[in-house]
Design a protein around this ligand. Structure first.
Ligand code: DAH
Length: 339
């Protein structure tokens, strides 16, 4: 065996390595040429028999066989491993349309809450919060509600024990805010309220209100009317009319109830407005000085207005919903109409 034979063996090995089509075949070539009893070992065993003057050349060729074959086998191994991995993965068609996920919609009452926050924030109001489980003090006493007022009756209020109840209105948030902050105050408080009402097309035992409270020097009834009218136009559009009627609430003096012209029929009369052309939204008024005294404000120094709003009412006239119960059925066919 001479150096030329070794070159031939090398070329053979390289050719076989190039032809190996699987990882197993690559390994077989490696064992055949570079293994313990392989071709290379045989070549080395021959080294001693080579005449001294040819030994250098022979050794160099043996070395080249080892190195070139090792490099090529490694390359083949890497390439085949990558190809086998890719073949094992699921192929997908990038031109197929993606899986469609339908977006949910916001509940109409949530939409009205968010819109109310947006509108009143333009007037400088921030959002305040209070608990659904209230004390009798915050829900009634501090709001100057007489001990014998019919709304305290178990007919109207869900009592939890002697002193605690589910709030019947968002007005107790007024008290909590004034107890904890100094004037000026400008807050709205959206939230859930509870009353022992029998459910029908316009009543629900739990419903939502937004409370508003503005206390500062020289706040007047004109501010109240202007701000409520601004709200109505923003919420319902520029054609809605607002009217205020004298009323009584223990925590405001003077007090009003206010109505929006019916958005569904434009004021001409329909089922939603019970043919009156108007929808009662809720009550409002100038904060009663007795309430200021209770929370420790000086009624000589500040005045304020307060209002409540029935959010289901607003949602019903805004979206033309004829029955309040639809808002609580959780029927997706109904809810998805208000996207
Ligand atoms: N809390 C009253 C209700 O639920 C509504 C109300 C009336 C709120 C007058 C007010 C107000 O803030 O000033 O019927």
């Amino acid at each position: 065996m001479n150096a030329q034979d070794v070159v031939v063996l090398k070329e053979q090995g390289l050719a076989e390595a190039r032809q190996a089509a699987t990882l197993a075949e690559v390994e077989a070539v490696r064992i055949k040429y570079l293994g313990r009893k392989g071709v290379l070992q045989e070549v080395m065993d021959n080294l001693k028999a080579v005449p001294a003057e040819g030994r250098r050349d022979f050794g160099r060729c043996a070395n080249e066989l080892k190195q070139e074959l090792t490099v090529l086998l490694d390359e083949r191994k890497t390439a085949l491993a990558a190809a086998e991995k890719a073949a094992g993965q699921k192929q997908f068609d990038v031109t197929m349309p993606g899986a469609w996920r339908s977006l949910g919609t916001r509940h109409p009452v949530t939409q009205v809450i968010e819109e109310s926050i947006r509108i009143f924030s333009m007037l400088g109001f921030t959002v305040a919060d209070g608990p659904d489980i209230e004390t009798e003090y915050h829900n009634f006493d501090a709001l100057n509600t007489p001990a014998d007022h019919p709304s305290r009756d178990t007919q109207d209020t869900f009592w939890l024990d002697n002193k605690t109840l589910l709030r019947t209105q968002t007005s107790p948030v007024q008290i909590r805010v004034m107890e904890s902050r100094k004037p000026p105050i400008r807050i709205i408080a959206p939230g859930r309220c509870y009353r022992r009402d029998t459910t029908d097309a316009t009543h629900s035992a739990n419903f939502h209100q937004v409370e508003g409270l503005y206390v500062d020097r020289k706040v007047s009834m004109a501010d109240l009317k202007g701000d409520i009218t601004f709200f109505a136009h923003q919420m319902m559009g520029p054609n809605v009319k607002v009217r205020f009627r004298p009323h009584f609430f223990p925590f405001t003096e003077p007090s009003v109830e206010y109505d929006f012209s019916c958005h569904v029929c434009g004021g001409s009369g329909c089922r939603v407005c019970k043919n009156s052309g108007w929808i009662e939204i809720s009550g409002a008024g100038m904060v009663n000085p007795k309430v200021f005294n209770i929370v420790g404000y000086d009624p000589e120094a500040v005045t304020g207005y307060a209002f409540g709003m029935g959010l289901e009412r607003i949602a019903m006239i805004k979206f033309g919903i004829e029955d309040i119960r639809l808002l609580y059925d959780n029927d997706v066919r109904f809810l998805s109409q208000f996207s």
